[in-house]
Design a protein around this ligand. Structure first.
Ligand SMILES: *Cc1c(COP(=O)(O)O)cnc(C)c1O
Length: 390
């Protein structure tokens, strides 16, 4: 497959140039394996980046232990296992998300229960979450975990979600797959919940082509992750197993890509935030179009994707009109995530909330957001969007 150079992508890989240096090191050391110095180096880079600052941290006063894995989905799967999720348990999941947030719940024979969003951040609504917990508990259900997501890089309302989590003593898995580098009250996303999850898939803010990480508070949890991710092999010279494990370790080769990407992560965030500003100013005079922005100073988004929302009361234009116009100019855009409670595969699952996530799906669109957009490409996007009469 040859990249179409003229196409403007939603979010394409943006290399620093140093990735191949680290990959070469792996070859020079002959660590072509799921262990080696790139894995240790990438994990340390991530820990240093996410580690709590010195000043008193409301959440991050716990430890930050990172284990890199071969996908974000694997990280969610292992997070659920660490929390003891199994057959018959319920897990409360943000409905407006990518299906990877949910599938591991089903792998374990547990049942997802979907929660609607709020309109400020588009993420899990804390009030609906509490309503759902009360109702499920009243019906005698066992709720083992909450999965909240920082969608498109926008942090969820962490204070409010954590308050509900603490009140009912249900741990939070923080799906930070789209939000590496986003902050809430100055604290890094990925360290706000009980267990954090990252993804380095091809279109994320940094990529290893494919990969993920799990962020745990203790070294003991990290040891258990490493054990489960490498087939749950006992610490004896022969191959002995007392539990079912998984093959979820990251390769030392792709970890080298991660190390090269970490060198430029902060620059990439600045560039994505500039893209968001570009769209905000483009639509600043258009009442019918809003761009998702930080609701107040608690929130700092990496703006992994910039997203627009149309007000159907003010315009007849629908998102697919814009998508088709952009596509005709070889510019990629994408509908917002179709809520999980509307997915055929989750027919019959419980859902709490109204139609907020459904409205987002019906009226929203993800716009080209890459840190590698050139001024010429922005100009082209500007011209196309500016010609649409709303
Ligand atoms: C990308 C993504 C994941 C999954 O990560 P993979 O590395 O692709 O397995 C999970 N949750 C969300 C919200 C994502 O966007």
């Amino acid at each position: 497959m040859i990249e179409d150079k003229s196409r403007i992508w939603l979010s394409s890989p943006h290399m620093s140039g140093d990735e191949q240096k680290y990959i070469k090191e792996a070859f020079d050391e002959n660590w072509i394996a799921p262990l080696g110095s790139n894995i240790l180096g990438f994990e340390k880079d991530l820990e240093d980046y996410l580690r709590p600052e010195k000043e008193t941290a409301p959440y991050n006063d716990k430890g930050v232990n990172v284990t890199v894995l071969n996908s974000g989905t694997a990280a969610i799967h292992l997070a659920l296992i660490l929390l003891g999720v199994g057959k018959g348990d319920e897990v409360l999941v943000q409905s407006h998300t990518h299906i990877a947030s949910v599938n591991p719940v089903v792998y374990l024979g547990a049942t997802p229960v979907f929660i609607d969003s709020e309109t400020d951040t588009w993420n899990m609504c804390p009030d609906t979450l509490e309503e759902a917990i009360k109702d499920r508990l009243g019906k005698g259900k066992k709720i083992k975990a909450i999965i909240a997501v920082h969608l498109y890089g926008m942090p969820y309302k962490a204070d409010e979600i954590n308050a509900v989590s603490q009140k009912y003593n249900i741990p939070v898995i923080e799906d930070s797959a789209e939000a590496l580098g986003s902050r809430y009250k100055g604290k890094m996303c990925g360290t706000l919940g009980d267990i954090g999850v990252l993804s380095f898939n091809g279109n994320k803010i940094i990529t290893t082509s494919g990969g993920g990480a799990i962020i745990t508070a203790s070294q003991d949890q990290k040891d258990r992750v490493m054990y489960l991710a490498s087939q749950a092999k006992d610490n004896v010279p022969y191959y002995q197993h007392r539990e079912i494990g998984y093959n979820y370790k990251m390769s030392n080769i792709v970890a080298g890509i991660g190390r090269g990407q970490m060198e430029v992560l902060e620059e990439r965030i600045v560039l994505r935030r500039e893209v968001n500003d570009f769209y905000k100013s483009l639509f600043s005079d258009n009442e019918a179009v809003s761009i998702l922005t930080e609701p107040d100073e608690r929130f700092y988004s990496n703006y992994w994707l910039s997203t627009l929302l149309l007000d159907p009361k003010l315009t007849k234009v629908v998102p697919s009109d814009i998508r088709k116009i952009l596509e005709s100019k070889n510019i990629e855009s994408r509908p917002l995530w179709k809520p999980m409670h509307l997915q055929p595969v989750f027919d019959g699952c419980m859902y709490y909330g109204g139609n907020i996530s459904e409205n987002l799906f019906n009226n929203g669109l993800c716009l080209p957001s890459g840190s590698n957009l050139t001024p010429e490409q922005k100009e082209k996007i500007f011209d196309v969007l500016n010609k649409i009469s709303f």
